[in-house]
Design a protein around this ligand. Structure first.
Ligand code: SF4
Length: 401
């Protein structure tokens, strides 16, 4: 499919909207009262530090809502204002945050239901309004909604669209896109729908396996089985790894994306020689600034003496998981929670250890004076961070009593 031509025709349709509806001022105060936090503002002004009783909070210097997410949520609110009586759907969570998604449902913005693992678009009728989330939607979904003559409100973050353009460039040059990401993540599903041939690698270990196959060959069956759900239809490792280009899910660990890019550059240079590198390897910088800033701030924060870290964000939020990974690599006890409700009652927390299911930790706040590092993913409103910090203060105050 010529995805570029499809996008061009979609963007010129009168049913397609990607710039808001001019209600910014009306929704701004609503968003501020629902998601902003005075306490966070106070901490920012106090050099990202706050001490109450035995607890010192050290907030990362970049955290929480990124502008792509802010923009998507504001556009969703504006959509409700602009279409007060129409039925409005979202193809997915607008962002990975339970409180924001809940709030949109209260505003009667519905999610496309899922039946037997598949989205059931039969609920959407001609003329309905459908919002595409910040991490985008697949080209097939867009086509289906366009065919149904829906009004499409596209909140896809421009950084994500940039990656789509990158994989389209790979396709034009007959390169396979090697996408650093999680093959099931909605953003990667969308990105791969714009690619021609693609292979999704989760981490350096998988990338090394592929690089080794390029240089030394191996079992085609093993390769195909290993990446069966992470490649384009009919992918053949013996044929489709001669020319590769790098792309990424925008929220992966920046350093790892860079390492993977360098690994494939070295691999192609070794196999084809420096003179022919440009015929076999393509790389464009597609790491999102917001992800990079949050990860850099976290790297700075973990250099300080912290007793523990609290990482706040949706459990299916990729960028939150990456922040958690940084704390764990430094050996800091780190608790990933999605809301303040996970804390208490008593000195306990329900949290999600990296790569595992929810667990309960008892006595998680040590006795005496403690320094707690706090950060949050790009989809987490400041209000949620404030609530979590207030709970920690309360718990420690109770312990003293
Ligand atoms: S994390 Fe980056 S790519 Fe994702 S929505 Fe935010 S700004 Fe856009």
């Amino acid at each position: 499919m010529d995805t570029k031509a499809f996008k061009r025709s979609l963007h010129s349709s009168e049913n397609y909207h990607r710039k808001g509806f001019g209600h910014e001022a009306e929704v701004a105060s609503q968003l501020e009262s629902e998601y902003q936090s005075n306490l966070i503002q106070e901490i920012r002004e106090n050099n990202y530090r706050l001490q109450r009783g035995d607890v010192t909070i050290r907030l990362a210097e970049a955290f929480g809502f990124c502008w792509g997410v802010e923009r998507a949520v504001a556009m969703a609110y504006e959509t409700r204002q602009h279409f007060p009586t129409e039925r409005i759907w979202m193809t997915n969570e607008i962002i990975h945050n339970p409180s924001v998604n809940q709030r949109l449902q209260e505003m009667e913005v519905g999610f496309i239901p899922i039946a037997q693992g598949q989205k059931d678009f039969s609920v959407v009728e001609r003329g309905d309004v459908v919002i595409l989330p910040a991490f985008g939607a697949s080209v097939q979904e867009m086509q289906l909604l366009n065919d149904k003559q829906c009004k499409i409100v596209d909140t896809t973050c421009p950084w994500v669209s940039k990656v789509w353009n990158t994989v389209e460039k790979h396709k034009k040059k007959d390169c396979t896109s090697i996408i650093h990401g999680k093959y099931k993540h909605e953003e990667t599903v969308a990105t791969s729908s714009f690619a021609g041939k693609y292979l999704v690698v989760l981490n350096m270990e998988e990338a090394e396996y592929v690089a080794n196959y390029i240089l030394n060959g191996g079992s085609r069956e093993e390769f195909t089985a290993k990446f069966s759900r992470a490649t384009s239809a009919g992918f053949d490792p013996d044929r489709d790894l001669e020319r590769v280009g790098i792309a990424n899910q925008t929220t992966m660990l920046k350093s790892e994306t860079e390492q993977i890019g360098k690994l494939f550059e070295r691999t192609m240079m070794k196999k084809y020689g420096p003179d022919r590198l440009n015929d076999h390897f393509q790389s464009f910088n597609t790491i999102c600034d917001a992800t990079q800033e949050r990860q850099d701030a976290m790297l700075e924060l973990v250099e300080e003496p912290l007793d523990l870290m609290v990482v706040i964000g949706g459990f299916n939020s990729s960028n939150t998981t990456q922040l958690q990974q940084i704390a764990i690599e430094r050996g800091i006890p780190s608790y990933h929670i999605d809301s303040a409700d996970r804390i208490g009652p008593g000195n306990r927390v329900e949290h999600k250890p990296l790569g595992r299911d929810l667990e309960v930790a008892e006595n998680w706040l040590p006795a005496g004076k403690i320094v707690v590092g706090v950060t949050s993913g790009a989809s987490t409103p400041d209000k949620v961070v404030e609530e979590a910090m207030e709970k920690i203060f309360q718990l420690k105050a109770l312990a003293v009593v």
